[in-house]
Each structure stands twice: as structure tokens, then as C-alpha cells.
Design a protein around this ligand. Structure first.
Ligand code: ADP
Ligand code: ZN
Length: 602
């Protein structure tokens, strides 16, 4: 009857009717006292995997979490659902810490959130000697692995927990699927023959779109205006400077945009993070420093203005869109410069050759996604070891199949130019030669006397840039010197130059077409008739949240509100059927929301 008890907790406390992915199996594994490793995409519902066993088992669950903001959010969320949870970290005053500990000793608390360095500090470690520990959950467990993409030194000591709390079942949770990282997590944390659970990486509500970068701000503005004019989103950029620049430009265009990067003062970062949590509609322009603390479910788009360095990073960042399951977009533009810059970053680090090899491989896979003529989703799923449908019909490749064109002659022109100029120049000069641009460098090097000078003046710079990038990505040409970013031919180049091989490339189109716009609108849920009620519920939610000083989605997320519009509950028992309504939320908010629904019906 374990099954029934677990479903009861799921419904009465969290307000959900069924488990997702492998949640149920993971929960069983923990209750049976087994070590477990759970890999689930962002937004998949990792937290419930240990929160439900924590409620079911005797004692206190220890949750190791890397960020203070993340702990606060989780604890706030749990309290709203009526679960007693506390966090112990450096942000708490002496008095607050004392109170929290007292509560734990009195057996009133089911979950304690602690930082990795906190749990191993002598005073907390001693304190927990007096407490029965039900289980240990290590969130964002990929931070323990050098193979992962967010390695944190303070995670490496967590292996000691196994000695410190012998016999306590441990669960490691992450969204990173890569097999190497997985093994490493298990070894580093000294998990004991863990049960491993991998859930699907498919995010069917996210539409993937990848374009060439031509006019960055115009493209971004067009994208937001066309698809997400009134939505909340995140715009990722590689550098702090660019974050500032883009945030400014968006503001000028009338968007509610704020910057976020590690160079801002701590106060400003906290403030902007809070704005992101609380505002109805906001756009955060950020470096990847903005990430781990984000729980907001209704992020409608994630835009990348620069290429991420791996598919893991791309997937994690884009995964912050649409956690509520509603249609959302992952949009990216990239260009030749990104490829050069990222490659250069890899080659010029002090890291050992092995690391560089992994990094190169990851970047290559990322580029493969960009150049792919086939379904983007399928490519992503295959990368994570899953088999997807051949066409998802919800990515740019599927919605508007790319046109392939025969680029053999143009590729030959580029390669010949690289060859004739001795393979020592960067992309800029090569293109100048092809297009017959006269400048001082040209005359000085006598490149205007070469037979290749001006052989491609019939096409704009952009055209050559795109082919060059594709040739680089497909390994026909390579960067020879990092200092000068000079390009050279690879042995593969001969296949095209002299071997008679044809080269088919993806035709890159730049502007949006009306067709995709219409299609996107079609897939957006049509809630027009209930719009008024939705609006009324939303403002009730927002004012309740404001009174309590909570982010609005902690009171109810949009999915719950939509559910109310659909179900139109008339009684408390009907209200309990709404997504995300458990006993506690019913008591706190039921009558207020029921009243609005009733008024609407009259
Ligand atoms: P993550 O895997 O990224 O840590 P969370 O644990 O924050 O994801 O869960 C994401 C969202 O999904 C939360 O709003 C959570 O309450 C919701 N959720 C989790 N499990 C279920 C479920 N079985 N049914 C419905 N919603 C769920
Ligand atoms: Zn597709």
C-alpha cells in the first residue's frame, strides 16, 4: 500500500495527480534505502523525487544545494505547500540559525537544505549527530565532476558524506546525461552500486530555431516582436560588455530588460534576480552566470546571441524555457566569429591535452547541431543517447526544411584563395581577396595581382562568411595559428579541390517568413474566450503574492490558473482537482479563487 500512500502525498501535499518520468521508481529506490542517480531534464521534477520520500520516511532529509537563492526558493515553495523545511547557510543570522536548529531537534522539520561546504563544517556535522537522517539528496550533482560543465571545488569533498552518515541512502540528481559525467558523479560521491534512472530529454513544448547572425539587434527585436511580444525571456550573451549593450538596446526599444552578470555588484544582481522572479513580464540579458537559481516556470523564450560551448550548456540554458509545459522557443543566432572565439578559448587554456580533446569534441557536436539539415530535436536527443522521431514538426528544420544547394564551386573559390595566399591569413582578408576589395594590405601583399582576386565579387560578404564557417565546421579548413587566427586547408579539402567531390550545404535564410509565424500562433493555446477570467485570476494571484511578499508563481503558476479556467471549479472538492492544488493551498487560497470564478459565471 506504499503506492497509495505515495499518491496521497503527491495529491494532498503537492496537488498533482500522477508521477512524471521515472519519479515513482526513484522514490521507491530511495524508500528501499538504495543509493540512486537520477538524470532528468531541467523542469522535469527532480525535487519531488526526494521530497516525497522525505515526507514518507522518519527523520530529516538533508538536501545539498549549491546556491543560496535556490535553497530559499525551494524552502519557500515547500512552506507554501505546507511542508516544514528550513535552510542552514551563511545568509542566516545567529538567532535564525539557532531557531532553525531548535525546530529540527524538536522533530518538526522534514527537509533541511544545506550548502556543500556547510554540511562538512565541524559544527553542523556535530549538530546532525543528534538527528535521525532519513536520506541525503545532492542536487546539481554534476558540479562534482570535472567532466561536467559547472565544476565546483566545494563539491569534491561530498564523497566524505558516505563515511560521515553510513547507511543513509543517497540520491544524486542532475540534468546532465553524458555517460562519462554520470560515472564520475557516482565514483566521486562514493555511491554504493546506485540505481540509475535516466528520464527522457525531450522537451516537446520547446521549439528550436537557429539562424545565422547578420544584424544582431534587429534579428533579436524581430524575433521577440514576432513571437513573444509580451513574454518573459532570457537572452544569453558571452561577455559582460555585450550583456550591458544588449540590455540597453532592448530598453531603448521599449522592452522591460535588465542585465545580469558576475561583474555587477551583489546587490544589483540580487535585485535583478528578484525582479526576474517577481515581475509579470521581464527580459533578463545575462551571461551564463545567470542560471542555477532559476525556477520560474513561465519563461517563454531563451535567446542565445552567442554560441554556447557545448550541447550540454545549450540544453541546460534552453531548458529554462517552458518548464510549465507551454509552447516556448529556444532561439539562437551565431556566426563565424563564435566558432573562432570558442576554438581559441579552448586552445589557449592551460588545461591538459585530454581536456582540450573533450572540449573540442563538445564544440564540434554543438556546431553539428547548428549546421544540421535534419530535425534539431532529433539531433539533440541522439546526442543524449535517445532515439527520437525523424521529424518533430516543431523545430525550424521540420517546419521549413532547409534548402540544400551545391556549394562546390564557391567552396573551391575559398579554398583556392586560402592556398594562393599561403594559408597565413584570417577570414577577413580571405574574403576581401575573393570580393576584390582594394585596401592597403591588398596592395602591399600584391594580392590584387592574384588570379583569385575578385573571383567572388558577385556575392556579398555575408555569403562568403557563411560558407567559410560551414567549411570550418565541416573540417575542410582549419585554424592554423591562434595568434593570427589564420586559416589553412586540411587533408579533407583535397576531396573537393581535386577529388571531384560535391559539397551540399544548408541554405541559410535570414529573415523570418510569414509561414512560420502563422504556424507558431496556431500552436499557441487559444484561450481567448476565457481570457477575462484568466486575467481576473492572475490579478488575484498577483495581489495575494504581493501581500505575502512571495513571487507570484509560488502562489500558483500559470498552468494552475489555466486549469482553473478550464475546470471552472464550484466547490472545494472540485478546486482540489486543479493542477498544483493540495490541502494547504486549498485552505490558504481556495475561497478567494472560487469566489472570482463564481462571479465570472454570473
Ligand atoms: P527540476 O527537475 O528542474 O528540479 P522541479 O523539481 O523544480 O524541476 O519541477 C519543475 C516543476 O514541475 C515544478 O513546478 C514542479 O512542482 C512540477 N512537477 C514536478 N513533478 C510533477 C508531477 N508529477 N506532476 C505535475 N507537476 C510536477
Ligand atoms: Zn524537428
Amino acid at each position: 500500500m506504499l503506492e497509495i500512500s505515495l499518491l496521497k502525498i503527491l495529491k494532498e501535499t503537492f496537488g498533482y495527480t500522477s508521477f512524471r518520468f521515472e519519479q515513482q521508481k526513484i522514490i521507491h529506490s530511495l524508500i528501499e534505502g538504495k543509493d540512486s542517480l537520477a538524470i532528468m531534464p531541467t523542469g522535469g521534477g527532480k525535487s519531488l523525487c526526494y521530497q516525497i520520500p522525505a515526507l514518507y520516511l522518519d527523520g530529516v532529509a538533508l538536501v545539498i544545494s549549491p546556491l543560496i537563492s535556490l535553497m530559499q526558493d525551494q524552502v519557500m515553495n515547500l512552506k507554501e505547500t505546507g511542508v516544514e523545511a528550513v535552510f542552514l547557510n551563511s545568509s542566516l543570522s545567529y538567532e535564525a540559525t539557532r531557531k532553525a536548529k531548535e525546530k529540527i531537534l524538536k522533530g518538526k522539520v522534514k527537509l533541511v537544505y544545506v550548502s556543500p561546504e556547510g554540511i562538512l563544517s565541524p559544527h553542523l556535522s556535530d549538530f546532525f549527530d543528534q538527528v535521525k537522517i532519513s536520506l541525503i539528496a545532492i542536487d546539481e550533482a554534476h558540479c562534482v565532476s570535472q567532466w561536467g560543465h559547472e565544476f565546483r571545488k566545494d563539491y569534491t569533498r561530498l564523497g566524505e558524506l558516505k563515511n560521515r552518515f553510513p547507511g543513509v541512502a543517497t540520491i544524486a540528481l542532475t540534468a546532465t546525461a553524458d555517460a562519462k559525467t554520470r560515472d564520475d558523479i557516482s565514483n566521486q560521491l562514493m555511491l554504493n552500486a546506485p540505481n540509475i534512472f535516466v528520464s527522457s530529454f525531450d522537451r516537446p513544448n520547446i521549439k528550436y530555431m537557429i539562424h545565422d547572425r547578420t544584424d544582431e539587434m534587429k534579428q533579436l527585436n524581430d524575433f521577440i516582436k514576432t513571437y513573444h511580444a509580451n513574454d518573459t525571456g532570457i537572452v544569453y550573451c558571452l561577455s559582460r560588455d555585450k550583456v550591458e549593450r544588449v540590455a540597453q538596446s532592448l530598453k531603448k526599444l521599449g522592452y522591460p530588460a535588465v542585465p545580469y552578470h558576475a561583474g555587477l555588484s551583489k546587490e544589483l544582481r540580487t535585485k535583478n534576480q528578484e525582479l526576474f522572479n517577481q515581475e509579470e513580464r521581464i527580459i533578463v540579458v545575462a551571461t551564463i552566470a545567470f542560471g542555477m537559481g532559476i525556477d520560474r516556470p513561465d519563461v517563454r523564450f531563451v535567446a542565445h546571441l552567442d554560441l554556447p560551448k557545448s550541447i550540454e550548456s545549450y540544453y541546460q540554458e534552453t531548458g529554462r524555457a517552458g518548464r510549465d509545459g507551454k509552447p516556448s522557443t529556444a532561439w539562437m543566432i551565431y556566426g563565424l566569429q563564435d566558432v573562432v572565439k570558442l576554438s581559441q578559448m579552448i586552445e589557449t587554456t592551460d588545461a591538459d591535452e585530454n581536456y582540450k580533446k573533450v572540449a573540442r569534441h563538445k564544440l564540434d557536436s554543438m556546431l553539428g547541431l547548428c549546421e544540421a539539415a535534419a530535425c534539431r530535436r532529433n539531433y539533440l536527443l541522439q546526442y543524449f543517447g535517445e532515439r527520437g522521431e525523424e521529424f518533430c514538426s516543431y523545430c525550424d528544420s521540420c517546419l521549413e526544411p532547409p534548402i540544400l544547394w551545391d556549394a562546390t564551386t564557391d567552396a573551391q573559390k575559398i579554398m583556392s584563395t586560402i592556398y594562393r595566399t599561403q594559408q597565413v591569413y584570417g577570414a577577413g582578408h580571405i574574403i576581401d581577396v575573393i570580393r576584390g576589395t582594394r585596401n592597403a594590405k591588398m596592395t602591399e601583399r600584391k594580392h590584387d595581382e592574384l588570379s583569385v582576386f575578385g573571383i567572388g565579387k558577385d556575392h556579398p560578404k555575408e555569403h562568403w562568411n557563411i560558407i567559410l564557417r560551414q567549411l570550418l565546421n565541416l573540417n575542410y579548413i582549419a585554424i592554423k595559428s591562434w595568434e593570427y587566427r589564420s586559416l589553412g586547408l586540411t587533408s579533407k579539402a583535397l576531396e573537393i579541390l581535386t577529388g571531384g567531390k560535391k559539397l551540399q550545404l544548408r541554405k541559410q535564410e535570414i529573415a523570418f517568413t510569414k509561414k512560420t509565424k502563422k504556424e507558431t500562433l496556431k500552436t499557441k493555446e487559444s484561450q481567448h474566450d476565457r481570457q477575462d477570467l484568466f486575467g481576473a485570476l492572475k490579478s488575484l494571484r498577483n495581489s495575494l503574492a504581493k501581500d505575502k511578499g512571495l513571487p507570484s508563481y509560488i502562489v500558483f503558476n500559470d498552468k494552475s490558473l489555466h486549469d482553473m479556467c478550464q475546470l471552472m471549479p464550484r466547490s472545494e472538492s472540485e478546486f482540489l482537482l486543479v493542477h498544483g492544488v493540495g490541502q494547504n493551498k486549498l485552505e490558504n487560497y481556495g475561497s478567494a479563487f472560487l469566489k472570482v470564478i463564481q462571479d465570472f459565471q454570473h
